[in-house]
Write a protein that binds this ligand. Sequence first.
Ligand SMILES: Nc1ncnc2c1ncn2[C@@H]1O[C@H](COP(=O)(O)OP(=O)(O)OP(=O)(O)O)[C@@H](O)[C@H]1O
Ligand SMILES: [Mg+2]
Length: 566
Amino acid sequence: MTAGSTAPPERTLILAPLGRDALVAKQILDDAAIGCEICPDLGRLMRELVRGADSAVVTEEACRTEEIGELAAWVASQPAWSDFPFIVLTEHGGGLERNPAAARLTAILGNVSFLERPFHPTTLVSMVHTALRGRRRQTECRRLNEELELRVEERTAELAAANRQLLSQIEERERVESTLRQMQRLEAVGQLTSGVAHDFNNLLTVVLGNIGFLERGLAEHGIDGRLRQRLGYMRVAAERGAKLTDQLLSFSRRQRLEPRSLDLNVAVAGMRDLLQSTMGGSIRIQTRLSADLWLAMVDPTQLELAILNLAINARDAMDVGGTLVVDTDNVTLRAPIQPEDPPAGEYVAICVSDTGQGMSEDVRARVFEPFFTTKEVGKGSGLGLSQVLGFAKQSGGGVRIDSTPGRGTAVHIFLPRAEASVPSPAAKPATRNGEHPSRGTTVLLVDDDNAVREVTRAMLHDLGYLVLEAGSGGAALDLLDRTPRLDLMIVDFAMPGMNGGEVARLARMRRTNLPVLFITGFAERATIEGIDEPQILRKPFMEDELGERVRAALSGVGPAATPLRH
Ligand SMILES: Nc1ncnc2c1ncn2[C@@H]1O[C@H](COP(=O)(O)OP(=O)(O)OP(=O)(O)O)[C@@H](O)[C@H]1O
Ligand SMILES: [Mg+2]
């Protein structure tokens, strides 16, 4: 095999300093077209070897100098692929078997062939050819080896890149799965809590309603003092229960929101006094309100509650002299990373930050769980951040928490940007409080829960209405068919079989103008979606509230004027 076009021509070095040996050898190799060069001494041979050669013809006597050590070192330091071929011209009669010097040279030079002088030219030429051929094999092996190494390197790099990609895909999948798990967990807890909250609202309607009756009864009998006081405690406890239930519903995202386009800067400015009194005198409050803030689409009451929750958390996390900062900003967010993040898009952000104790990783991971609290018994119920998250998510936004232990916490609420200026709903018309119903005004009350129905009936009776009761949709429609005069229907939304919406629709088919008032424990957000707010009375309700709604409905301000949508 010949060397490639870019490879230098093959070179054989000749070292034969005595007599005409060098010239003779060169002549012979020239005649055989073998490229060769004479080196006058061992030093020169060494330099040429370093420059690059393919074989060397040396006389035995030329190797008998002190410098042979250097040559030995060069031979020993050859790279793994190289085994440089030497042809040693020995003295006449100096065959290897009888020549100890030759044995020594074999040890020094390694790849050696001996040629006894005088030699036939053909023998020298064939030996040099053999040496060059062997050398070519060596260089070819080297090339293949290097190519192989290069390919292995490339392949290793490719594998490493593929591996890195795989690892990042695995990481991404794990992240998505854990986000999904977390969301499913929150969703499951949400469903559970909304069920519990719904039942609690029924219970609380009964408890609060009856407390009201008892209070009035005691007053009528002139009984005051301890009994009244005890009833007062019961009322406070039941009202606190109602507040908790409300928070549960907001966590489970099943509360009824009334979003409107709102300038968060105005909302924050309006809360300053409330914040100041909540935080107490030892904490500084700063607001940083962004100019040109977009309008947000949000329920103002729930937002206020969320900010208050965050401010109370901040206060609890700070020592005397801390600072609370409320700031607002327009933000454009990318795809979510955490389950609490909102979807990608444009948001108006409101951030409440403190210089408090911050949260550990463990606490941070659990703060949105309902009932998770690190506060002592009686101080925290663990529903604050659950409310904030539920409200933000239900509003179409999300929440993000940045917290450093020992440094402080910042909670960002992201609220969807309002598309255009949506007019806020007109103020509710004033209700005619305290008016008595005209004689014989009849209300059909439909509720499957006997206790709730009983207490509602008693309230309506107290308010001066005639009340017809039905424990199911079917019974209500039956009554409707049999009763000529009916002025209003009050119907519970969540009932087994026919729900309140269906009962109302079928009732309207019988009496087009029948006003309807829905009472609800809020678990049925999806079905109740199409009904306007004035037509809904939330449990637990008090007699005053019930009276107000009924009067509005009867006077045509509320339900009767609002067609039932489907
Ligand atoms: N700003 C904050 N700094 C440090 N820790 C906080 C902060 N906000 C919340 N936390 C931690 O998160 C937990 C849960 O907060 P969350 O508001 O949900 O409930 P809570 O404050 O304990 O009770 P609740 O708000 O129902 O009265 C807190 O107990 C506290 O450990
Ligand atoms: Mg809290």
